[in-house]
Design a protein around this ligand. Structure first.
Ligand code: PRX
Length: 685
């Protein structure tokens, strides 16, 4: 990106045999880079099959492939009947009159229906025994513990909703939530839904600059934050980041509510900042839920795209909640006696759908942990699983690869026998990591649900059903109910078995995004233009002979770093905002642990001295502008970037150079072939 453009935006039958065989092999083999980076080498030849045990299937809601197929077929052929029936399990204050109204790209689900999300997640569980059951179990990084029953969580949500009302937050207003992983994050989200405000949660690892962009774009007039949060023993200065963000001119923010978490001193801006605890003193615990239309906006969540600034993905009420509830029921098979733990931060969509809304909608017990997996030691997760007798565990392949690297001794110290089901999300899982997860964490008895989905899809789209689907290490297997997946070539024609193509979804589904906040054209362009009438996910995939779908990874200019989405354009824009930089191009490179690493090719302005010092400074700069998730792994200085004669940067070549590969493919369109030799020789600095 140049300075000028910167602003623009069958196998074997039972689980037992293969498990035993691979146990030894897994322990002794290191993770291969090719595997971790989408695992495409070994994923091409993987065909071990793991059937759910008769015991698991016997109890599961969907217990056979024939049941799955029948339901999936009905969900596609007769969505009105299928989803109309499923939606009856939600609590509607007014019943819907129509299931689906679809005029691409606008979908309306459950028209005429009225409901409230917090009422569905809380109030409806207060009638029976769930009232006194744990809704949220929380552990802080320093080790504090809190349990909130459904009744207690309901009370806290009502009180905080009244605080919001006291600050004149109304239906449709945007509320930014920038909190650590503490129960107050869930309380704030649910409080918004109670009064019909639209929340916009910002991950605590994002910078002041990122907060500013999101506040301005969403037009939020209130921010809910904390003095700080804990991360690996250090304090993350959340309030300070908010203060810095609000130094920007003309922000719409009138109020900042601050929760005291770490107790360090923070600046309090008179007339703007108030303390959470103090505010509660002014309110009572009575707050009737506001009745919302099924299609009322529920939340905005920003995510990276291939161009420009992150986009505010908009989700609405009825369809989103139904999908979150259904997937918790069918994919996680959640039951009253489960202790379910999703390790994602509430700042990501996984935290929204599978830490807060889905589990609470089905009345489960959801565990929330504030800290990192390796603090104070590498067994923190296993300790938590043992202590709380976690039954269903959902995490990311990046974490699994880190655990493998740290060694089996960390989990051998703990009793993990409470686990009955495992899940992964966020990036392709390499078969070795899958096998390790299966044998070492799951003891060979727990099915693994590898769930493919996106911020935009709101919930699981391609996933095994644990009591029905035989799984293979590395594939998310088959589409969920209502999901019509195809893998197509550039012309929209379905590709053959084992051929790679673009992943599209040909029918609307209840939890699909309804738009990009404030940008109708971008919504249409990004998702619905490549193939008319179909949703284009931005991922490449292939289907094997059994019809299983193997996700290859992003095929647009979006990176997946440790399961986090990052637009190359965003990092380039951050780089060129540094005074030393003339031009920048950012690409991903396979990374053993993180899936992808961030490599930046940079040209500097006349007279600027390049070297390690500047490289480090640029890394810090990107970290400051976007946040730690975007920290470059490598900055390489170049005399010039490889461009076509029409001035387009040839990223394909940069990707090969970054990966240390031999340059392949056509280079005749290059403006200056000498650039390549210099870039290859450049290395870091
Ligand atoms: O490339 C896919 C990858 O993550 C992208 C979506 O990222 P985000 O919107 O941040 O949501 C992450 C959590 C839902 C997808 O386009 N991805 C997600 N899950 C998987 C995956 N890739 C392969 N296998 C998965 N299970």
């Amino acid at each position: 990106m140049s300075k000028k453009k910167a602003a623009k935006p069958a196998a074997k039958k039972s689980a037992a045999t293969p498990v035993k065989k691979t146990q030894k092999a897994v322990a002794s083999k290191p993770v291969k880079a090719a595997d971790a980076a989408g695992g495409n080498k070994s994923r091409m030849t993987e065909n071990r099959l793991f059937k759910p045990s008769a015991e698991f299937s016997g109890k599961a809601r969907i217990s056979s492939m024939s049941q799955y197929k029948k339901m999936h077929e009905e969900s596609l052929k007769n969505p009105d009947k299928f989803f109309g029936r499923e939606a009856k399990e939600l609590h509607w204050t007014k019943p819907f009159t129509k299931v689906l109204d679809w005029k691409c790209p606008s979908a309306k689900w459950f028209t005429g229906g009225k409901l409230n999300v917090s009422e569905n997640c809380l109030d409806r569980h207060l009638q029976g025994p769930r009232k006194t059951k744990a809704a949220l179990i929380w552990e802080g990084e320093p080790g504090e513990k809190r349990v909130l029953t459904y009744q207690q969580l309901h009370r806290e949500v009502c009180r905080f909703a009244n605080v919001l009302k006291r600050h004149k937050v109304k239906k449709g207003d945007r509320v930014v939530i920038y909190l650590p992983m503490i129960p107050e994050a869930a309380i704030a989200m649910l409080a918004c839904t109670r009064i019909g405000a639209i929340h916009n949660v910002i991950f605590g690892g994002f910078s002041a600059e990122s907060i500013k962009d999101r506040v301005l774009d969403s037009g939020a007039k209130i921010i809910i934050t904390a003095d700080g949060g804990y991360r690996r023993g250090a304090v993350v200065p959340l309030k300070k980041n908010v203060d810095d963000a609000l130094k920007a001119k003309d922000t719409p923010v009138e109020t900042v509510i601050v929760y005291k978490r770490t107790g360090q001193e923070v600046h309090i801006e008179e007339g703007r900042d108030v303390w959470w605890s103090r505010e509660l003193e002014y309110v009572d615990a009575h707050c009737p839920p506001v009745t919302m239309d099924s299609e009322s906006p529920l939340f905005i969540l920003y995510t990276s795209g291939s161009t420009g600034k992150p986009k505010g993905i908009l989700h609405t009420t009825g369809g989103y909640l139904l999908h979150a509830q259904m997937t918790c029921k069918y994919v996680f098979d959640l039951r009253d006696e489960d202790v379910y733990w999703c390790t994602a931060d509430v700042g990501w969509v996984t935290g929204h759908s599978y830490l807060v809304y889905g589990p609470l909608a089905v009345g489960a017990t959801s565990l929330m942990f504030e800290g990192a997996p390796n603090w104070p030691e590498n067994d923190r997760f296993w300790k938590i699983i043992e202590e709380y007798a976690v039954t269903v565990f959902y995490t990311a392949p990046t974490a699994i690869r880190a655990f493998m690297k740290w060694g089996d001794e960390w989990l051998q110290k703990h009793d993990l026998s409470s686990l009955r089901l495992l899940g992964t999300v966020g990036e392709p899982i390499n078969p070795e990591a899958w096998m390790w997860y299966h044998t070492k964490v799951g003891g060979g008895r727990c099915p693994i649900v590898d769930t493919w989905w996106q911020t935009e899809t709101g919930g699981h789209m391609i996933t095994p059903l644990p009591g029905a689907t035989p799984t293979k290490p590395g594939t998310a297997t088959l589409p969920f109910f209502g999901v019509d997946v195809a893998i197509v070539d550039d012309l929209g024609k379905e590709v053959g078995t084992d051929e790679q193509g673009k992943l599209v979804i040909r029918k609307p589904w209840p939890s699909m995004l309804r738009g990009i906040w404030g940008d109708k054209a971008r919504y249409q362009d990004t998702y619905w233009s490549e193939f008319k009438g179909w949703y284009f996910a931005g991922d490449g995939a292939r289907r094997d002979k059994d019809g299983y779908i193997w996700i290859i990874g992003r095929i647009d200019d979006v990176l997946n770093v440790a399961g986090h989405r990052l637009g190359t354009a965003e990092v380039e824009s951050a780089l060129v905002s540094h005074p030393a930089v003339a031009e920048a191009a950012v690409v991903g490179r396979p990374d053993e642990m993180k899936g992808q690493g961030v490599v930046c090719f940079v040209t500097v302005k006349e007279g600027v001295k390049t070297g390690r010092e500047l490289a480090d400074e640029l890394k810090k700069h990107v970290r400051k502008v976007i946040g730690p998730v975007a920290t470059p792994d490598e900055v390489r200085f170049a005399v010039a970037l490889p461009k076509t004669r029409s001035g387009k940067i040839m990223r394909r070549l940069l990707k090969q150079i970054a990966a240390g590969e031999i340059i392949k493919g056509d280079t005749t369109t290059l403006e200056d072939i000498n650039v390549i030799a210099q870039l290859v020789a450049s290395g870091e600095n």
